[in-house]
Design a protein around this ligand. Structure first.
Ligand code: XIL
Length: 340
């Protein structure tokens, strides 16, 4: 009995799984995958630089193990991600003609989506294509294929597996200008008769941002386009964003005994409680819109494995998830279960 059962009638509850877990070396995390979640996302193993490191070389091994994990546990299994400017191999970054890039793109998408057809329920087809102002982000894809690269990607994915759910995924989609960027992008696909099923809102949030009203506006707006909403990478940092500390020297900014120290041993109860309240508010909102939300996925399982321990400051210890470093449920876990 776990989160997947608590929210069974509302939405899927997922977690991103890392290489350690996939390879079976993290037995506690593996147990939680089976008991708490009904969906998984691959934190890194399907990214272009790992799975397709040379133009004619694919490394399927880790991704295959990831898929096996999903099949064995009967999980709604995500593919993440087909087209992204980040974690891309050198040959892609160095491309300088459109024909070559179009071939890479076609080969990449067709090979992956065909291989996992019927086993990947949903693909993050394009990840983070937008700037904060809603315009298209500069990338090799935009530079050599123009904005059509987005259409091409969705078309190729649909052709390879017409049954897969196709998602546009990005962060900060609660920001009005970026939200409108998604609306434009989706309408362009729809006007061209190209299939897109959902928007993925990453959800790398903190204790104060974004507001519930901004999240809600995005859920409603994307739903009005006829799309489902996925919260695809949820975690809530309890530490300040370094770029919010204007002019701060990050390495000097943390008091040795403060929980904001790069190497804190624990966080005070007051912060645990703030995190619990924040998660509860957010899940109350999710429940209100459960008819529009397909899935809520956490970006990791326990605080131990969270990427936020290393980003944006390497080695800073964070506490963003529902399970602590010993895989025990935190107050935040109880606070969302208490909603039901
Ligand atoms: C992150 C992983 O969690 C890290 O392990 C990796 O070093 C960098 O990428 N948006 C995304 C995810 O779409 O793929 C990113 O995952 C986090 C931000």
């Amino acid at each position: 009995f776990g989160l997947k059962d608590v929210f069974f009638n509302d939405f899927l509850v997922g977690a991103a799984v890392n290489e350690q877990l996939i390879s079976g070396k993290d037995s506690l995390a593996l147990k939680l995958v089976a008991s708490e979640y009904n969906s998984i996302s691959p934190e890194n193993v399907m990214k272009w630089m790992y799975i397709h490191p040379e133009p004619s070389l694919f490394n399927f091994e880790k991704a295959d193990s990831y898929i096996d994990l999903g099949v064995k546990n009967n999980l709604y299994t995500l593919g993440h991600t087909l087209v992204w400017h980040s974690q891309a191999p050198d040959y892609l970054n160095k491309v300088n003609d459109s024909a070559a890039l179009a071939r890479y793109l076609e080969n990449h998408i067709t090979t992956l989506v065909t291989r996992y057809k019927g086993r990947i329920a949903a693909w993050d087809v394009v990840n983070e294509a937008l700037n904060e102002d809603g315009s298209l982000r500069q990338s090799v894809f935009l530079k050599y294929l123009g904005e059509d690269y987005i259409k091409m990607a969705f078309e190729l994915a649909e052709k390879a597996d017409p049954g897969a759910h196709l998602i546009y995924n990005d962060y900060n989609l609660w920001k009005p200008e970026k939200r409108m960027g998604v609306v434009r992008l989706v309408k362009q696909l729809q006007d061209n008769g190209i299939k897109i099923d959902a928007v993925g809102l990453q959800g790398h949030w903190n204790l104060s941002e974004p507001s519930l009203a901004d999240i809600e506006q995005s859920i409603v707006t994307f739903n009005e386009l006829g799309l489902k909403v996925h919260f695809s990478e949820l975690d809530i940092s309890v530490l300040p964003n370094p770029w919010d500390l204007v002019g701060a020297d990050i390495s000097q900014n943390f008091d040795e005994n403060s929980y904001m120290n790069p190497y804190p041993k624990s966080i005070p109860d007051s912060v645990q409680m703030a995190l619990a309240n924040r998660y509860q508010d957010i899940f109350r909102l999710f429940l209100k819109h459960r008819d529009k939300i397909d899935r809520v996925t956490f970006w990791g399982i326990s605080d131990q494995g969270s990427w936020l321990n290393n980003w944006p400051i390497k080695g800073r210890v964070n506490y963003p998830l529902l399970f602590d470093r010993h895989f025990n449920p935190k107050m935040a876990y109880d606070s969302i279960v208490a909603l039901k």
